[in-house]
Design a binder for this molecule. Structure first.
Ligand code: ADP
Length: 184
């Protein structure tokens, strides 16, 4: 089963992706986690993307697409995966469509978590993970980038009739139940 978990920053994609990973025993791939770990370990990728993440901007498509294609070629993703934070631009979505086609594979579900903007800001500023991009100014940038670059990804998958909207307000378990309901 191949699933995309989509939504604005603070929508709870990471939290729900981890729960899905445990429930269905399929690995989650979070591009944000990969970048943060690369930055922490000061790898060449980390050095390349650090100031981009710090500023709340997007890593160039080519870098992200190459990274995801490499990662998904690993054996552990053979029986499916949950994507969190990718695709984040229409160009990435198109590249991912091609990747699936080349691998004779397909997308099973596109789950879009909807949360009002005031709630997103509140969640991010109170989550206290110490992320350099979780400041008020950077959150504004990230939401703006989401509106401009990422939201069009929704239309891209609407055209393919894949989108399932899930109300992202409520307890973590309530939202998880809604997602499971949508997947069945
Ligand atoms: P959030 O959704 O809360 O903003 P993520 O962990 O998904 O957090 O992403 C953090 C940052 O990592 C983004 O602001 C961006 O700089 C970078 N990033 C993650 N995924 C992508 C992607 N698919 N394309 C471009 N940049 C990305």
């Amino acid at each position: 089963m191949n699933i995309i978990l989509f939504g604005p920053p603070g929508a709870g994609k990471g939290t729900q992706a981890k729960k899905l990973q445990n429930e269905f025993n399929i690995p989650q791939l979070s591009t944000g986690d990969i970048f943060r770990s690369a930055i922490k370990n000061e790898t060449p990728l980390g050095v390349e993307v650090k100031s981009i993440l710090d500023n709340g901007e997007l890593v160039p498509d080519e870098t992200v697409v190459d990274l995801v294609a490499d990662e998904l070629s690993k054996e552990k993703y053979e029986d499916g995966y949950i994507l969190d934070g990718f695709p984040r631009t229409v160009a990435q979505a198109e590249a991912f469509d091609n990747f699936l086609k080349e691998n004779n594979d397909s997308l099973d579900a596109f789950i879009s978590l909807t949360v009002p903007e005031e709630e997103l800001i509140k969640r991010i500023l109170s989550r206290g993970e110490g992320r350099s991009d979780d400041t008020e100014e950077k959150v504004k940038t990230r939401l703006e980038v989401y509106r401009q670059e990422t939201k069009p990804v929704l239309q891209h998958y609407q055209k393919q009739d894949k989108v399932q909207e899930i109300d992202g307000l409520g307890s973590i378990d309530e939202i998880f139940e809604r997602i499971k309901g949508a997947l069945n």
